[in-house]
Each structure stands twice: as structure tokens, then as C-alpha cells.
Design a protein around this ligand. Structure first.
Ligand SMILES: [Mn+2]
Length: 321
């Protein structure tokens, strides 16, 4: 942690002198990337900075409860304005954030502050705070804000708890540590309401989504050779169940409850002609390395990558074509 304290101070010093700050979440946003973005957003607004928050995709309905969520822009024009600082949260790369090209349009010189917890993060920022044993970027920010002794408020506390709740699957996955729970306990003391956040996020499903999960669960297969359990979702499934791609989110995490298989894998077709592969394990296999081999990334116990192609299920066999 001694190294993190030095980086924490470097970020603090930089932000004290910064004026125009862009905060970027990753595309297809989740509760962690948006919670982290908006906690920083509120903190920097309170410090009278000019703050712009960006995400390539719109805020999902289920996360609109986050304080200041309406301040998140997905207008590419925000990249034509002047900034001295770009903070990227919860993104293993600029490409993963979806801004690798957009960022080149910023006319001024700026520094990138990279705040993340993905094991595959290659430290692409000018200042990098990447804590891979943190459950979430929200937990990284909790440690940062605690170092800085900020003036806490309910909005910041709720935004951070949203990241902690969603990235730990309600404190159930192996990323949940003493430090995650300690952070949440303290944030509750500062006004956050984890029960309400859980019922708005992870305990917030719909009929279309459950029908889609039903299809995927019915198809679960074991591969004894690799001690793997897997299933898949096609674009046709989305049409048949009147579900959206977002409705399959959480399925890979849900498979954590399985006692069979070292690794669980969910393959999902996406509309852009790719197959998204999500991997989870409760064993010591480092999935981030496996995912990086295929051009993806993530954490040791939860990682993913994409492949071009389609899924074909024929004769009880799944093929990628
Ligand atoms: Mn995260």
C-alpha cells in the first residue's frame, strides 16, 4: 500500500491544480463504472471544478437513481472541448472505454488519470492507480477519498456503494474482502443505503430477462476434460424472449453458485457480429491471462473477451462459425 499512498498524493496534487476535468466511464456501463464516475463528479463539483462526465452508451434505466446520473453525457462533442485532465474509471484500456479515437479530438494538452481494479490494466495513464485486490473501482476511490480526508456526503457514499454492491454481486463473489465490507460499513455510516441500492440494481429483473436466463440455464453443459460448465445466448434468443443484450448481464456471475466445474463460461452473440465470452472461476486459474491471450481482459476470477463470428447449435454441439 505504501506505493498507493504516493500515487494518491500525486492525484490529489494534480486535481488541486486542475480546472477542466473530463471523467470517462467504460462503454456498456455497469454500476461500478458509473458509481465511480459520479462519486468523483460530485466531489469535484464541490471543489468548484468544471466537470464533464462521459460514457459512450446511455445510463441504463436501473442506474438512473444514481445522484447526478443525468449529468453523464454520451455526446461525442464533449471531446472537442478543452480539458487539462481526463480521468478514466474502471477501464482496462482506452479501447475498452470506447474512447481511443474520440480522445484524440481534445484540442488541449491533458493528463490521463487511470483509476481501476482490472488485473489486465497496462497502466496507460500519466498517473495510474490500479489496485487489483480491490473488489471494484468504487473501493479504490473509497481508499483514495479516505486518504484525502474528503468531506463525505450521502451522494458520494451512495455512488460508491452502488459500485461495491454491483461488482461484488451483493457481496457474494470472491472479490469481496474484509476491506470491501469495511468500506461499505463506513459508507453506511456516511449515509448510504445498500438495501435500497441492491433492490434497484442486482435484485431488479424482469420477465423477458428471466425467460432468457431460462433458455441459457436449460442448455448448461459440462465439459469434464476442461472441468468447464458452459452455456450460450444467441440473437434469436433475444428476439424470441423479447429481451435486450443487457438482460443477459449477471448470468455469468449467477453461475458462481454452481458446485460443478472449475470454470464457468457464457457465450453471447452480439448484434455487431461478435461473440462475447464471459469466464468465471472460484479456483486459482488466472482467467485474466486467458482472456488477454484472446485480446480481452479482466480480473483473475472474472474475465472476458470477444471473437468475431456467430454461434451455431446443431446436433447437440455448439460451434463458432
Ligand atoms: Mn469494476
Amino acid at each position: 500500500m505504501q506505493n498507493h499512498k504516493t500515487i494518491s498524493q500525486a492525484i490529489y496534487q494534480h486535481l488541486e491544480n486542475a480546472q477542466d476535468i473530463l471523467i470517462v466511464s467504460h462503454q456498456k456501463p455497469d454500476g461500478d463504472t458509473l458509481g465511480a464516475n459520479l462519486a468523483l463528479h460530485k466531489l469535484l463539483l464541490d471543489k468548484n471544478k468544471n466537470v464533464t462526465s462521459f460514457c459512450l452508451d446511455p445510463v441504463p434505466q436501473s442506474l438512473l437513481f444514481l445522484p447526478y446520473s443525468h449529468n453523464i453525457s454520451n455526446d461525442h462533442k464533449v471531446f472537442t472541448k478543452n480539458y487539462d485532465t481526463v480521468i478514466v474509471v474502471d477501464s482496462g484500456s482506452l479501447d475498452y472505454a470506447g474512447i481511443d479515437r474520440l480522445i484524440t479530438a481534445i484540442p488541449t494538452k491533458y493528463k490521463i488519470i487511470n483509476i481501476d481494479h482490472h488485473a489486465s490494466n497496462p497502466h496507460y495513464g500519466d498517473i495510474n492507480l490500479v489496485i487489483t485486490d480491490a473488489s471494484s473501482t468504487a473501493e479504490v476511490l473509497y481508499r483514495l477519498f479516505s486518504d484525502w480526508k474528503i468531506n463525505w456526503n450521502k451522494e458520494i457514499a451512495n455512488s460508491l456503494v452502488c459500485g461495491l454492491v454491483t461488482d461484488t454481486g451483493g457481496f457474494r463473489n470472491p472479490a469481496t474482502t474484509y476491506q470491501s465490507l469495511d468500506a461499505v460499513a463506513d459508507l453506511v455510516n456516511k449515509g448510504a443505503n445498500p438495501h435500497q441500492i441492491m433492490s434497484l440494481t442486482i435484485n431488479n429483473t424482469n420477465v423477458a430477462s428471466l425467460r432468457l436466463w431460462g433458455r441459457a440455464l436449460e442448455r448448461l453443459k459440462r465439459n469434464p476434460k476442461y472441468d468447464l460448465v458452459y452455456t450460450f445466448i444467441t440473437n434469436q434468443d433475444l428476439l424470441d424472449c423479447e429481451a435486450s443484450e443487457a438482460d443477459s448481464e449477471g448470468l455469468a456471475n449467477f453461475l458462481h453458485i454452481l458446485k460443478e466445474g472449475k470454470i464457468s463460461m457464457v457465450l453471447k452473440e452480439s448484434k455487431d457480429g461478435y461473440i462475447k465470452v464471459s469466464l468465471r472461476t472460484t479456483s486459482n486459474v488466472d482467467l485474466s491471462k486467458l482472456a488477454q491471450y484472446f485480446g480481452g481482459g479482466g480480473h483473475k476470477k472474472a474475465a472476458g473477451f470477444s471473437l468475431p463470428g456467430k454461434l451455431v447449435y446443431d446436433n447437440n454441439k455448439l460451434k463458432v462459425v
